[in-house]
Design a protein around this ligand. Structure first.
Ligand SMILES: NC(=O)C1=CN([C@@H]2O[C@H](COP(=O)(O)OP(=O)(O)OC[C@H]3O[C@@H](n4cnc5c(N)ncnc54)[C@H](OP(=O)(O)O)[C@@H]3O)[C@@H](O)[C@H]2O)C=CC1
Ligand SMILES: CC(C)(CO)C(=O)C(=O)O
Length: 330
């Protein structure tokens, strides 16, 4: 049995695809989603319009449902990882692989700290929760995980689901490459716009490019080599982002398909009044910078602005306003 622990957007999408392809999947999550999927079933839709339905998913709210799992996919937000790990640690058989399908650099370490057999993972695509049990994939991209012998019996299930696991000897570079892209989560959430609209405006892209330049300097100081993300070497991203709008839109369309409705998970958090993961994304760059004697004022400022929005000061920033704001200290 595969347990998806913390089944929200990513968990319901990945678990829904696995279940629709015949895998035995138990979802563990909150009553609001349990009620939704009881009423409507689970429908996972793709960029190409393809849809799969799981009529009666096993969606539980009691962590005990994870007991006996052969594989666990952790899909809670980063701030909830330690609590999820503690609940799993008392229920899983020793040696059960627990894959972190989360953003940021620290989640697998938090799972391992609880004594779990943690496997770092990365979800390259976007998922939007559209209500009534519908989870829509909003971009291209796949699942990448660190190689682990415990995953072998499950590789076929991911293949059949159309979500093959790309295996890596060491995932840190892949996670760092993804983090470079995730620096846009804050920009996207502050813009209030769908990803495609936001990224089509150069002023927002200039904010993102400034945040990415800081990240690249910090990774260099930390000895981390970020892997290609969306097919592009991270060091080229800030240059690409600086292109004029019409040219950028043409080049970007070849790198990554983005649905017009896709939004970042940070926007989804602000929209539903939940705390965001900004401390694990832009905040991670600011912390790593401090550890290495560098400054990351743009990421610090973006982190502070997202915290202001979480605390009730939410507004939609235009690109030029955000560009002016990052020029001021946090
Ligand atoms: N959404 C996306 O497009 C993408 C997200 N990611 C990453 O994937 C991870 C998951 O994101 P996403 O799916 O958007 O997050 P969601 O918030 O949609 O889903 C997480 C779910 O887990 C629930 N949860 C939290 N703690 C527990 C617990 N102890 N027991 C059971 N359920 C719990 C949450 O409930 P509650 O809110 O009530 O705490 C929530 O419903 C994040 O790290 C994110 O950055 C990566 C790529 C794309
Ligand atoms: C897929 C992407 C990069 C979309 O912003 C994401 O990881 C997120 O929303 O958290």
């Amino acid at each position: 049995m595969i347990c998806v622990y913390g089944a929200g957007s990513v968990g319901c999408y990945v678990g829904g695809r696995l279940a629709a392809a015949g895998a035995e999947v138990v979802f563990v999550g909150r009553e609001r989603i349990a009620a939704e999927v009881r009423a409507h079933g689970l429908v996972v839709t793709g960029l190409d319009g393809a849809a799969a339905r799981v009529a009666a998913p096993q969606y539980e709210t009691d962590p005990a449902a994870a007991s006996g799992a052969d594989l666990v996919l952790v899909t809670v937000k980063s701030a909830a990882t330690a609590a999820a790990a503690a609940r799993l640690a008392v229920r899983l058989r020793p040696g059960t692989p627990v894959v972190s399908l989360q953003n940021g650099l620290r989640n697998a370490r938090a799972l391992a700290a609880a004594g779990l057999d943690a496997v770092p993972g990365m979800v390259a695509f976007n998922v939007v929760h559209q209500g009534e049990g519908r989870f829509h994939r909003g971009t291209t991209g796949g699942l990448e995980v660190q190689a682990h012998p415990g995953l072998e019996p499950h590789l076929g299930a991911f293949e059949r689901a159309g979500l093959p696991l790309a295996l890596h000897e060491d995932l840190l570079g892949v996670q760092a490459g993804k983090l470079v892209l995730n620096l846009n989560n804050a920009v996207n959430a502050l813009s209030g716009l769908p990803l495609r609209t936001e990224l089509s405006q150069r002023a927002y892209r200039r904010v993102l490019a400034a945040a990415q330049r800081e990240a690249l300097a910090v990774f260099k100081a930390a000895g981390i080599e970020p892997a290609k993300a969306a097919g592009v070497a991270p060091r080229l991203l800030p240059l690409l982002l600086g292109l004029p709008d019409a040219l950028f839109v043409r080049v970007a369309a070849r790198m990554l398909a983005i649905d017009p409705h896709a939004r970042s998970s940070t926007w989804e958090d602000l929209e539903s009044g939940r705390p965001t993961e900004v401390d694990y994304l832009n905040g991670e760059i600011a912390s790593l910078a401090a550890e290495h004697g560098l400054a990351a004022p743009v990421n610090e400022r973006l982190t502070a602005l997202v915290h202001e929005a979480e605390a009730g000061g939410r507004r939609d920033w235009s690109g030029p306003e955000l560009l002016a704001a990052i020029a001021r200290p946090a």
